[in-house]
Ligand binder design. Structure first.
Ligand code: NAG
Length: 366
């Protein structure tokens, strides 16, 4: 009798011990994952912060003169495969551009133009995109263009970009000198390109979609979503949508990710904004944000500056939120463990080559 109870107790103890060990391992794993995901929560964290960050930020921004960075009215394009494709010497660059963006110029304008913000030296990312979600443009009235700047001290003639520009009908290179802290100005150069390419409403795509080159974009779901928005809201010249961020605190501690010196922004919190990995703008709102930003002091985070400070605060434009499962930026532990629904979702960030292929295959399965 006594022996039996002891055996039972021992078994019970072993079971509890095993459970505790498993639980402990799980917690450690979850904690490590949480720390990692926290570190990846915004674009800014790709740079590890140290005591020099403040000087880097302030020297990159200089006088913060947005106009001087963007150079409105000046042609700052170095390469544009869209002109080369249409290649009609009797037409203006813009007409050639529009013609190559719209395979058939008599067709109605594009429903959406997706602009992927990318860089020279990241042809692998562009290649993976062309092999995966880009292919959906064959079935939708949507086009994809890659918008690139120039890395500092880069010999552009030997960068291989010429070949890519000649081979694909989708590369635009601006002379903007790449700088992590000046992404706002780079996206404004893209807005400038969009505004000059489509000066008239008749040729404009309905929507401009801004994504980064590590975003998986489910184009059919995006189109469905925007068409639904068109019937539910009065989608006209002031529609912008994406993943809403509200009540985000400003990190004033130099040791934190996304650190912002008090000199740059003394406020404790940011305005509401749309997270930069993927957002969409009714195309008539693009020139409005572009022009409204020129008189303002440049802020380093592109999404906060353009969709928060300019669109929301200055122009009073409402930000339309997409369901959290629709656009995932910086996935939580649970999402990484159980996966993301690529069949119903719109965008996922960050996506490496493996995820891009996996999500594309999953989404195409019937
Ligand atoms: C900003 O730059 C533009 C263009 O370089 C210049 O015309 C303007 O005066 C500058 N503004 C300020 C406040 O420095």
């Amino acid at each position: 009798m006594g022996t039996l109870t002891r055996t039972r107790r021992r078994r019970e103890f072993a079971r509890k011990l095993a459970f505790t060990v498993v639980f402990f391992i799980f917690c450690t794993f979850a904690l490590v994952n949480y720390q990692r995901s926290k570190g990846k929560s915004t674009d800014a964290s790709e740079q590890s912060p140290d005591d020099n960050v403040m000087n880097l930020i302030l020297s990159a921004l200089g006088s913060r003169n947005t106009t001087a960075f963007v150079k409105p009215g000046q042609n700052t394009l170095l390469f544009d495969s869209l002109i080369l494709v249409a290649n009609n010497p009797d037409k203006t660059d813009n007409d050639n551009r529009i013609e190559s963006l719209q395979a058939d110029p008599v067709k109605p304008p594009l429903f959406a133009l997706v602009v992927v913000i990318s860089e020279i030296g990241h042809e692998e990312e562009r290649h993976v995109i062309r092999e995966t979600w880009y292919k959906w443009t064959e079935k939708e009235n949507v086009r994809v263009v890659f918008f690139l700047g120039v890395p500092p001290n880069q010999d552009i003639q030997n960068s291989g970009i010429n070949d890519e520009v000649a081979e694909f009908n989708d590369v635009v290179v601006d002379d903007f000198e790449e700088n992590y802290y000046l992404l706002s100005a780079k996206v404004l150069r893209m807005f400038k390109w969009f505004t000059t390419t489509y000066p008239h409403e008749g040729t404009r795509p309905k929507f401009l979609i801004k994504v980064d080159h590590d975003v998986f974009l489910n184009i059919p779901n995006l189109v469905k979503h925007l068409k639904r928005e068109e019937t539910q809201h009065n989608v006209h010249s002031d529609y912008i949508g994406g993943r809403l961020a509200s009540s985000t605190g400003v990190k004033h501690n130099a040791r934190e990710d996304s650190f912002i010196p008090t000199e740059l922004l003394p406020d404790a919190g940011y305005p509401d904004y749309l997270v930069g990995g993927c957002y969409f703008l009714q195309s008539a709102v693009v020139p409005r944000i572009y022009e409204a930003s020129l008189g303002e002091q440049l802020f380093i985070f592109e999404d906060i500056f353009l969709t928060g400070m300019i669109a929301h605060d200055k122009l009073g434009i409402q930000l339309h939120d997409v369901n959290p499962a629709g656009i995932v930026i910086a996935p939580t532990f649970a999402i990484r463990l159980f996966g993301w629904d690529s069949k119903t979702g719109i965008a996922y960030h960050p996506a490496n080559a493996k995820l891009m292929k996996q999500y594309f295959e999953e989404a195409n399965k019937v």
